[in-house]
Design a protein around this ligand. Structure first.
Ligand code: ADP
Length: 493
């Protein structure tokens, strides 16, 4: 079989047509609603206790801190009330010894000291005034705490640490409320700071976009397409019927019920782990089997930056190791080869290594419109150790890249459309429906948004209304998003 035919056959496995799309959306909405009704479902649909989103007119100064791994960041954000803001920040590495400290206090007092140092440097008047005469609680800074470890959130500023990851190991902290631990240390230093909210990064994206987006339309969805994928959206509180089960298990949380809204962290990376509707090529099957968490995060494994390179690697390797006489990277005639030399694949090529291909490789190839795909040729040599690939090889690689990238975008459209349709947002008013996105995949993969939009037009319930859906980048929402969650938590929205 000619290479082109074989490549087209493999590329066709990644096709995700209009019928698949519509089935996917229907199933998404089903799982979305199931997740609002009960706990322990495929889509976790976690209530965040954030009960409003900003519209860009909010004002004030808020603090945000972020403990995500090796660094601890402190920042203050001044909201100007016109969709713009200014930000000051500091960053410090968390000493190894504190990551494995005996007592939780050791780590959290270190964090509080960084907040103190930040206030002394950037808000000295406020700091001094409190130290000297004690400010009223109205003048305290509200702080949003981004804590990127698994927590069981049971209130807007309350969440129990489930386990440590990323090299942290402080036994004593497990099961404790991390906001409480931080507040105790802040109070010990007599700082005018209140830990107002525990923050999830996807919710931060939603909030940041809602504040910065044009007009006063509030954003519906915040979505991340980076290393992983996840989304948060604004749901009607009365649809979150599992709130009563959560209250029964964890105690009644205090949150503002007056807005009738609840931001939901969908954890959509695990949409359809049961594979009711997700496509499943042999490459998806093998990738999952050899991953650290087989059967889990099945949507994410077809969509996000961490996995697309690996799907491509598996497809390329299968074509290369194909028994057929005409196969990938096997050109000997070199009729169309600039260098007229035989194509070879280095023994230590990234093609042989799990995770050997980064998703940025797909972006480079998708973007390549040069003569004879010269850029793809260079990139294959440089990144995969394939010397003198033929133009036919490059076309084959590009065909597969395109198929994998486009499928990822169309699957992304399933989750986004599921939320848009499931919340009835297009029908509620004539206003645009706003979506904030963040992450290298959506930012850099050429045409990712266009493929999402094309899919929207094919989805029943959106169709021509695709034009009313606005998608905007919410870049680096972490500091701003956390500050805005603190604002909403303090009931100032
Ligand atoms: P994170 O999600 O970890 O905060 P990013 O949004 O930068 O960070 O996402 C990183 C992921 O994006 C990695 O999996 C990487 O392979 C992928 N990536 C990086 N650059 C690009 C690019 N130019 N095109 C597509 N994907 C990219």
């Amino acid at each position: 079989m000619a290479l082109t035919e074989e490549v087209n056959r493999v590329a066709a496995l990644f096709e995700y047509g209009p019928e698949d799309l519509n089935k996917g959306v229907k199933e998404y909405i089903r799982q979305m609603n199931e997740g609002l009704e009960k706990q322990g479902t495929m889509l976790s649909q976690i209530p965040t206790y954030v009960t409003n989103v900003p519209n860009g007119t909010e004002k004030g100064t808020y603090l945000a801190v972020d403990l995500g791994g090796t660094n601890f960041r402190v920042c203050s954000i001044v909201l100007h009330g016109n969709h713009t803001f200014s930000l000051q920040q500091s960053k410090v590495a968390v000493p190894r010894t504190l990551m494995e400290a005996k007592k939780a206090t050791d780590l959290f007092s270190f964090l509080a000291k960084q907040i103190e140092a930040f206030l002394k440097e950037h808000h000295s008047e406020h700091f001094e005034a409190h130290q000297q005469k004690g400010l009223g609680s109205k003048e305290f800074f509200d702080l949003g705490f981004t804590f990127s470890f698994p927590v069981n959130q049971i209130g807007i500023n309350k969440g129990k640490l489930m386990r440590w990851t990323k090299g942290f190991d402080i036994d004593e902290a497990i099961g404790q409320d991390v906001c409480g631990l931080l507040q105790v240390e802040i109070d010990a230093l007599n700082l005018p700071v209140r830990v107002a909210a525990l923050v999830n990064d996807t919710v931060g994206t939603l909030m940041a976009r809602s504040y910065t987006s044009p007009g006063t339309t509030k954003t519906l969805i915040g979505a991340i397409f980076g290393t992983g994928t996840n989304g948060a959206y604004v749901e009607k509180l009365d649809k979150v019927t599992k709130m009563k089960d959560i209250a029964a298990a964890e105690g009644e949380a205090s949150y503002d019920r007056s807005t009738g809204l609840m931001v939901i962290n969908s954890e959509w990376g695990s949409f359809d782990n049961a594979l009711n509707v997700l496509p499943n090529t042999p490459y998806d099957v093998d990738l999952d089997k050899e991953s650290v968490n087989p059967g889990i995060q099945m949507f994410e494994k077809r969509v996000s930056g961490m996995f697309l390179g690996e799907i491509l690697r598996r497809a390329l390797l299968a074509l290369y190791q194909n028994d057929e006489e005409v196969a990938l990277f096997k050109d000997t005639s070199s009729a169309d080869n600039d260098t007229s030399s035989t194509t070879t694949v280095a023994n230590d090529s990234a093609l042989y290594k799990q995770w050997g291909i980064d998703t940025s490789f797909l972006s480079i190839v998708e973007e390549d419109h040069s003569d004879h795909l010269r850029i793809t040729k260079q990139t294959l040599e440089l990144q995969l150790g394939v010397s003198a690939p033929s133009t036919e090889d490059c076309v084959a690689v590009k065909t597969l890249v395109h198929a994998i990238g486009k499928r990822a975008a169309r699957l992304s459209a399933v989750a986004l459309a599921g939320v848009v349709i499931g919340t009835d947002k297009l029908k509620e008013s004539d206003e645009p429906v706003d979506i904030g996105v963040d992450g290298s995949l959506v930012e850099y993969y050429p045409g990712f948004e266009d493929y999402i939009r094309e899919a929207f037009r094919e989805i029943e319930g959106i169709g021509a209304d695709e034009k009313r859906i606005r998608i905007g980048l919410a870049k680096d929402g972490s500091g701003l998003g956390a500050a805005l969650i603190a604002l909403v938590a303090a009931n100032k929205a």
